[in-house]
Design a protein around this ligand. Structure first.
Ligand SMILES: Nc1ncnc2c1ncn2[C@@H]1O[C@H](COP(=O)(O)OP(=O)(O)OP(=O)(O)O)[C@@H](O)[C@H]1O
Ligand SMILES: [Mg+2]
Length: 664
């Protein structure tokens, strides 16, 4: 239940108490600023307590009267509430009063008659505030959600994305203009915070507007045996239960005709007294896996009808799934507008540590913040920072502090990383039927050695990796240890707008594995538990029992994507990989030399003078062991002499004599 701060002028105390009684009767906790004044002198203590109470609150109910408008204290309380993104719930008592809280931007209510409508409006607003999928957030709960995405109920501890939240809200609202039929697809690299942005940034923005009804997020593969459509039906049934007595099975039947969604949404809106509806489809890529093509098309068609009707649909997906999703949209004539999310900038990282701590009344000293930020390095490693913060704050009470000693004990961001990496390795070996060494060898593809002998990560185009290796790496992507980017083509946060008609061929990006971007591998289900991210099927096609290695699949969806290690420390800090790297120094060095030479050779226009002699090339081929363990670099060819002409002109290396002679 929510913690509600009731702001009122002293003369309106009786009214405030009445509102407080309503809320308490419904199970909410309330705080009246009058409580502070009794027994406390106005001054530092008062101000501090006030601050604390406001930070702890989920919402501020303002008793708007003439006296309220004239009170500097009330103005200060509203100012703090706005700064902390508390939900504002003004109750207008004097109907003539002119106050900035009584505006179209904010959901306010009149206290008239017996007060019943004001009471109902307040309780409904608080019910929505609790975040339907997350349960209520209160100061008793953890301050940092760990690896899980933020939820609507955690909006008050969600920092660092204010600008994007606003931009996205504007984009969604703007669609309420002439072009009303686009689905907004929020895209970005894995783990950059897409789900959090939509759930804790966008949703509360719109929920604060009385014209909008915001449904809880729908995750296509959230439940076993549920289709995206049946998940949508049960979500509507929950919303429709109050007063409409909807049943899930009946709704599933009804949605067999996609046009029915419009009617259903209109009934919902009518019942809620709202005009527009926000439907969030989180992890939309899950729609592409273990879902028959027929079901995919039906679901996309329902979304198309929904956006043609009163709904705005906002979906999130990792960048690498954009192509097959666009293709599905194109086939179902569902227009799509993309919104790109970039990783958080390093300058924002301190805020995401201190903001929630301050809100929860937990101390965190500057030195620890600086260490956390430095150890994290970049926004790419955000989930690791989030993970370690969750561990650090677990069990810390209000008034407590995040401790540097605890951070040491956890092994810092690095310790969290090691734990995650160990789990990913075990999953990949167990679920993929691979040896640990094979999995580690797959990771070696993402590492190189520089001129100073330093091992460092390198970005590799997904297209250059064989399916088995990509399948191994997917486990690390899901644990957020690797990230996949579309280099240079993701425009800055929130500014991308692409027409909805992408995917010219009108077909899914893949064949029978339904569009999984890099997972042609033998993976099975993977539950990362705390993340709520289900990779069941994201890895693509399952290997039949007893079958050998996974078969390669088409790579259309991967085009332009690069994969890289999210955190440089994984190269040195994770013992299993560090050992394999050490043991592979010669191979990595040779690989780096070969790539370097190939790059120069290509740059110079492929002169024969840059070619390696046959002996050297043969020795290198032998050491590197062929393409399966050493992918090519884009635009580079292997500079070897031999055969007729002696080198490939197609951008792929010819490590094996068989290849080179065939190509020659
Ligand atoms: N603004 C933020 N402040 C602090 N932590 C954040 C923020 N945004 C996201 N996180 C954390 O980063 C991690 C990834 O967030 P989220 O799940 O929202 O990303 P995503 O892009 O949806 O990931 P995926 O690609 O797996 O769907 C989570 O641990 C989440 O708690
Ligand atoms: Mg997500």
């Amino acid at each position: 239940m929510a913690q509600v701060f009731i702001s009122h002028a002293s003369v309106d105390f009786a009214i405030a108490e009445r509102l407080s009684a309503w809320l308490r009767a419904a199970g909410h906790r309330t705080f009246l600023d009058h409580d502070l004044e009794s027994g406390l002198g106005v001054g530092d203590i008062w101000a501090r307590r006030l601050f604390e109470e406001l930070y702890e609150a989920d919402a501020l109910v303002a008793v708007v009267t003439d006296a309220f408008g004239q009170s500097p204290w009330c103005a200060a309380e509203v100012g703090i509430a706005l700064a902390n993104r508390l939900r504002l719930l003004p109750v207008r008592v004097d109907t003539h009063v002119d106050h900035r809280l009584i505006s179209n931007e904010i959901q306010w209510t009149d206290l008239d008659g017996d007060g019943e409508s004001a009471r109902a409006a307040l309780l409904e607003a608080l019910r929505r505030l609790d975040g339907v999928d997350s349960g209520p957030w209160s100061a008793d709960l953890t301050v940092y959600p760990g690896l899980a995405a933020f939820t609507a109920g955690q909006a008050r501890i969600f920092f660092g994305r204010a600008a994007e939240s606003r931009q996205l809200a504007e984009r969604v609202r703007a669609q309420a203009g002439p072009r009303t039929d686009e689905l907004v697809l929020v895209i970005g690299p894995s783990g950059c915070g897409k789900s959090s942005l939509v759930r804790a940034g966008l949703a509360p923005h719109l929920a604060a507007d009385p014209q909008w009804l915001v449904l809880p997020p729908l995750v296509p593969a959230a439940r076993e045996k549920a289709t995206a459509l049946s998940s949508l039906a049960s979500l509507l049934a929950v919303e429709g239960r109050r007063g409409l007595a909807w049943r899930t099975d009946a709704l599933v039947d009804a949605l067999d005709d996609p046009g029915e969604i419009t009617r259903l949404l209109e009934v919902l809106l009518d019942a809620a007294g709202a005009r527009r509806l926000l439907l969030i489809v989180d992890q939309a890529e899950e729609l592409l896996v273990e879902t028959s093509e027929e079901q995919q098309i039906l679901f996309a068609s329902v979304l198309r009808e929904a956006v043609r009707g009163p709904a705005r649909v906002v979906a999130t997906a990792r960048s690498e799934f954009v192509h097959p999703l666009m293709s599905l949209a194109s086939r179902t004539r569902l227009p799509v507008d993309t919104f790109s999310v970039r990783p958080l900038s390093p300058q924002t990282l301190p805020l995401i540590v201190t903001g929630p701590a301050r809100h929860a009344g937990i101390e965190v000293d500057d030195e620890l913040v600086a260490r956390l930020v430095a150890d994290t390095g970049s926004g790419d490693a955000l989930p690791l920072l989030a993970f370690v913060l969750g561990e650090l704050a677990a069990g810390v009470p209000r008034g407590g502090a995040l401790s540097a000693q605890h951070y040491e004990r956890l092994g810092g961001v690095r310790g969290a990383l090691v734990q995650q990496a160990n789990r990913a390795l075990s999953d990949a070996a167990r679920e993929g039927g691979r040896t640990r060494r094979e999995v580690l060898d797959s990771l070696l593809q993402l590492i190189t050695i520089d001129d100073h002998g330093q091992f460092t990560r390198r970005r590799v185009p997904l297209d250059d990796l064989p399916p088995l290796i990509r399948a191994d790496l997917r486990f690390f992507v899901n644990r957020r240890l690797l990230t996949i980017h579309r280099p240079a083509s993701d425009p800055p946060g929130g500014e991308a707008r692409s027409g909805g008609e992408a995917g010219e061929d009108g077909r899914p990006g893949r064949g029978d594995d339904g569009g999984s971007a890099i997972g042609a591998g033998p993976g099975r289900g993977l539950q990362t538990g705390t993340t709520g991210w289900r990779a069941r099927g994201i890895l693509g096609r399952r290997r039949a029992p007893g079958a050998g290695a996974a078969q390669p699949t088409g790579d259309a969806a991967d085009t332009g994507q690069v994969i890289a290690i999210a955190h440089e420390q994984i190269v040195t800090a994770w013992p299993p990989l560090a050992d394999v790297i050490q043991a592979s120094t010669a191979r990595l060095r040779l690989g780096a030399q070969a790539l370097d030479a190939a790059g120069h050779w290509a740059q110079e226009g492929h002169p024969a003078s840059h070619l390696w002699d046959a002996d050297r090339a043969r020795r290198a081929e032998h050491t590197l062991g062929g393409r399966a363990t050493f992918p090519n670099s884009p635009g580079c060819s292997w500079p070897r002499a031999g055969g007729a002409g002696g080198f490939n002109g197609d951008g792929s290396p010819s490590f094996s004599p068989r290849h080179s002679s065939r190509r020659a």
